[in-house]
Design a protein around this ligand. Sequence first.
Ligand SMILES: Nc1ncnc2c1ncn2[C@@H]1O[C@H](COP(=O)(O)OP(=O)(O)OP(=O)(O)O)[C@@H](O)[C@H]1O
Ligand SMILES: [Mg+2]
Length: 245
Amino acid sequence: MTEDILSAVEVRLNKGGVAVLEDVSFSLVAGHIHAIIGPNGAGKTSLLRLIGLLDRLDQGQVIFGGRAVSPDCPDSLAVRRQMAMIHQSPMMFNSSVYHNVSIGLKFRRTPRAEMDRKVNRAFDFVSLSGFGPRAARTLSGGEAQRVALARAIAVEPLVLLADEPTANLDPRNTLVIEDLIRRLNRERQVSVVMVTHDLGQAERLAHEVTFIAHGRVVETGSTDQVMNFPRHDLTRTFLNRGLVL
Ligand SMILES: Nc1ncnc2c1ncn2[C@@H]1O[C@H](COP(=O)(O)OP(=O)(O)OP(=O)(O)O)[C@@H](O)[C@H]1O
Ligand SMILES: [Mg+2]
């Protein structure tokens, strides 16, 4: 039996007076990687922020671990702390790599020895042992994304929310990040929602795929079904030419 760890139910989100998400339902199976694909402006980042409890919805529900949650619920901080997010352009504080990786643990007031242990474990995982004292702003794009991933996993989240984490990387670094996300999922049972423009990446990594266009879910299902046997013309058009106007 599969169990959803995180879902959105018939969500509507307005921004600047217009609906950027409309009647969107989405669910992440515990232990799976779920890719969100779709054209620019479709609402992918908006959906990711919404399920990450970073934005308030206008209608519908976000469910985490079987319970309705929101940025305003009493334990929203505790829920948010079970999720970690990474972005297309990794955000680096102007300090050491160690400080950048430890930041989430510092917010959680993790004791020093435990923090050191978790940061070093995260460094090992992304193969950046020894990078701690380096200035974070001097890293290459690929290294910075690995540091961002180390920061995300240092807090041992249940769910990783990744917004086009390889969009600025070359193929070699893309494969490194993909491999890390795959291992995080397989070895540490982290469930992953991943926005990607790279259809090959969705096919390589994801168990499920959701295709969003114009703020609506066009199609959702197993990766094989959506990518190889799309049911909707819009999905076929997007998969064939990557163009949905
Ligand atoms: N603060 C805002 N006010 C008005 N409209 C907004 C605001 N923020 C986002 N939008 C609009 O919401 C829509 C969805 O944006 P979103 O960033 O979620 O798209 P996306 O699918 O992530 O696109 P991309 O592939 O370019 O990252 C866009 O049309 C965007 O212009
Ligand atoms: Mg986006």
